[in-house]
Ligand binder design. Structure first.
Ligand SMILES: Nc1ncnc2c1ncn2[C@@H]1O[C@H](COP(=O)(O)OP(=O)(O)O)[C@@H](O)[C@H]1O
Ligand SMILES: [Mg+2]
Length: 288
């Protein structure tokens, strides 16, 4: 099927869903209002930001589809990390940071005075380029967020740790050393531990910033398989400079270049039938 045909197919499905909702009761109406097309978990709305004089992102608008894996691609310095960090307000305290435009989570500004940073971070988790276990035991790492958010009793912690470590495929490797330091684990295992920690607080959205760039191919494969399995229960945004990875793991792709969103669409379409010349040049490896 051509990208165009599949696009119009999904537009048709969306149209049908909207049509069904129109006749629905008030509760459903409210849900539609909070997420205009009923499908965006997170939206950047004409987002322009910079540090000091420098503009980093210019007029970026994008609806991140709920339950999908969205890849954020673009050459180094194009603003991928900055955009990702903005989604859970990690730039707010950076000196010289200035912003216009908005980011909506479930239809509400993440800077709305009623939004507490802690609750935002609970909904929007993040995994970084380099694994960053905390200087505490493996077990305490997994449940660090659960404790901070007071999400379980002391007695429940061990079960949560086991469940999450099993979910990321790490349980067998660490079951007999839960009290040990995480820093003797391999890089891949440390990243899986950080993923278990992020998942333990039950986020709606998971932001991944080049999560496999420091890992070997086996660890990369494990993480990619996990990412695929997280959707559609979770909405995932993954920054990657690895185009093959973007194609393997994502449903949708955003191409950022020089702080501007050049193209956003189904991954297959962006790679096989890009609408923009710059996208064509980038995905065919002619720069970046
Ligand atoms: N805290 C900061 N202060 C000033 N400039 C920054 C800061 N963080 C990032 N930048 C600049 O913003 C641009 C985009 O960076 P980044 O978002 O990290 O790009 P990418 O992840 O696509 O490589 C780069 O030119 C970078 O130097
Ligand atoms: Mg980056």
């Amino acid at each position: 099927m051509s990208a165009e045909a599949s696009n119009s197919g999904s537009a048709q499905v969306r149209g049908d869903l909207v049509g069904q909702r129109r006749g629905a009761g008030p509760a459903v109406q409210a849900a539609v209002t909070s997420s205009p097309d009923g499908a965006a978990a997170l939206s950047a709305v004409d987002l322009t930001l910079g540090f000091g004089e420098r503009a980093i992102l210019s007029g970026v608008s994008a609806e991140i589809r709920r339950g999908a894996v969205t890849a954020l691609i673009g050459p180094t310095g194009s603003g991928k990390t900055t955009l990702l960090r903005t989604f859970n307000r990690m730039n707010d305290k950076v000196s010289g940071y200035r912003r216009a435009g908005d980011v909506l989570l479930d239809g509400r500004s993440i800077w709305h005075p009623g939004v507490e940073l802690m609750s935002l971070r609970r909904k929007v988790g993040m995994l970084f380029q380099w694994p960053n276990p905390f200087p505490m035991s493996i077990m305490d790492n997994v449940v660090a967020g659960v404790k901070a958010h007071r999400m379980a009793s002391r007695h429940g912690l061990k079960a949560i740790a086991e469940e999450r470590l099993a979910e990321v495929g790490l349980w067998d490797a660490v079951a007999d050393r839960l009290k040990d330091s995480p820093f003797r684990l391999s890089g891949g295992q440390q990243q899986l531990l950080c993923l278990a920690r992020a998942l333990a607080i039950g986020p709606d959205v998971l932001l991944l910033d080049e999560p496999t760039s420091s890992l070997d191919p086996n660890a990369t494969e494990s993480i990619e398989a996990l990412i695929r399995n997280l959707a559609p229960a979770l909405t995932v945004v993954i920054v990657t400079h690895n185009l093959a990875q973007a194609r393997r793991v994502s449903d949708r792709t955003i191409f950022l270049y020089n702080g501007r969103l050049v193209e956003h669409g189904e991954t297959r379409q962006v790679f096989e039938n890009p609408a923009e010349v710059e996208t064509q040049r980038y995905v065919s490896g002619r720069f970046g």
